[in-house]
Design a protein around this ligand. Structure first.
Ligand SMILES: [Zn+2]
Ligand SMILES: [Zn+2]
Length: 164
């Protein structure tokens, strides 16, 4: 048996990774036309990301549906997995917003894949939002030249998204 704190942390990390995996396939399913295709087509037309709060509710519905799995293992895994699902929801909502608002700030990926997915109207490439791992693994990563604005970044730039 793992000590409780390690079990909790591993379950939380597992849920964040699983969240990025679910995000990849849910976004792909939208482009296959099987999940919420009209709403997503509209998101592409407008090329805007509404607000952090609305994304948080959208992604949070998915996270709530998938966020209880850990309880099949134990109370500790359940609490860790649910916490990870909540952390994932915050990170993914933020990543979506900042890529629409100011993609140059996306320092955790080589290229802001979601911004490129929109700007270059890639309906079959770059489905990732928080990370680009699954695109790379499943062959949908498209690397186009992306030049970042080299100006120094201020903390407040990272907060300049439509929050609600
Ligand atoms: Zn978007
Ligand atoms: Zn899309």
């Amino acid at each position: 048996m793992l000590p409780g704190v390690i079990e909790f942390v591993l379950a939380a990390i597992g849920a964040v990774v699983f969240g990025t995996f679910a995000e990849y396939f849910i976004h792909r399913a939208m482009h296959w036309g099987v999940l919420h295709p009209e709403g997503h087509a509209r998101h592409h037309e407008l090329n805007e990301a509404r607000t952090f709060l609305l994304d948080f509710v959208d992604y949070g519905i998915g996270a709530a549906l998938l966020g209880w799995f850990g309880f099949l293992v134990s109370w500790t895994s359940g609490a860790g997995w649910a916490t990870g699902a909540a952390i994932y929801t915050v990170l993914a909502s933020y990543s979506h917003q900042i890529q629409h608002a100011n993609a140059d700030l996306v320092f955790w990926m080589k290229r802001p894949v979601h911004r490129l997915h929109h700007n270059l109207d890639m309906r079959d490439k770059n489905f990732g939002i928080l990370v680009d791992w699954w695109d790379r693994l499943f062959g949908t990563y498209r690397s186009v030249e992306y030049l970042r604005d080299a100006r120094p970044r201020r903390a407040r730039d990272f907060l300049a998204i439509p929050w609600r």
